[in-house]
Design a binder for this molecule. Structure first.
Ligand code: PGA
Length: 253
């Protein structure tokens, strides 16, 4: 298997009107056009803007920020992977904001990841320790537990094609940068946990992203790390130039 494309994913969270979403998607498509042969550019707008963004930027990959784990039914307010797949190829599951604000457990995340696979979407499964856990030296344990519980419904063949995002909770939206050596160690822990569950071949090809306050001027320091296959970008993905510069780094690093 050849080297997989670097993934640069932008999580727009609960930002932008429909018009603003369309304008930003159009700009990102223009500015990143020359890099998409080397970089998989994934933008994750809010659900309500998904159809507009898909029409405005057909050359970009689209992701959603969450999916529900059932394919249909009486689940007021939820959106199924079976519905989202019409527009999106990727789905973020288990983002720390989902885990911490909405009390999602790794069991929920496991069911959501399975729903993505069942509907031929690629889950971006997020894991990461809180500041307290880090300060107590629990990062490895937390990552092991989250990986074990979040991937439990998948087979080795399915895990080969998923994406994991290592996002230390204390670095998300805070401007605090994780040290590259800590990211290398965390990514190695994640691959070791996957090796334990699914074997070394699966762990070697499964793509792992870093996320947490990534900006254009820090992107390269993470992209060049051993075992890091791309970035999940929040705040900086809302600025067309900033995000495109990160994509450019993805094509050269
Ligand atoms: P941030 O968000 O880049 O704004 O820290 C990252 C994320 O939440 O995925």
């Amino acid at each position: 298997m050849g080297k997989s494309k670097t993934i640069i994913a932008g999580n727009w969270k609960m930002h932008l009107t429909m018009d603003q979403s369309e304008v930003l998607a159009t700009r990102v498509q223009e500015l990143t056009a020359k890099y998409v042969k080397d970089v998989e550019v994934v933008i994750c707008p809010s659900y309500i803007a998904l159809a507009r963004v898909s029409e405005a930027a057909p050359k970009l990959s689209l992701g959603v920020q969450d999916v529900f784990y059932a394919d249909e039914g009486a689940y007021t307010g939820e959106v199924a992977a079976a519905q989202a797949k019409e527009f999106a190829q990727f789905a973020i599951v288990g983002h720390s904001e989902r885990r911490h604000i909405f009390n999602e457990s790794s069991e929920d995340v496991a069911r959501k990841a399975a729903a993505c696979i069942r509907n031929e979407m690629t889950p971006i499964v997020c894991v990461g320790e809180t500041e307290v856990e880090r300060d107590h030296g629990e990062t490895r344990q937390v990552l092991n537990d989250q990986i074990a519980a979040s991937l439990t419904m998948l087979t080795a063949g399915e895990v080969r094609d998923i994406v994991i995002a290592y996002e230390p909770v204390w670095a998300i939206g805070t401007g605090k940068n994780a040290r590259p050596e800590d990211v290398t160690a965390a990514v190695a822990t994640i691959r070791a946990a996957i090796t334990e569950m699914f074997g070394a071949k699966t762990a070697a090809v499964c793509r792992i992203l870093y996320g947490g306050s990534v900006k254009a001027d820090t992107a390269a320091s993470y992209l060049k790390l051993e075992g890091v296959n791309g970035l999940l970008v929040g705040g900086a993905s809302l600025n067309d130039h900033e995000f495109s510069t990160i994509v450019e780094w993805g094509s050269t690093t």
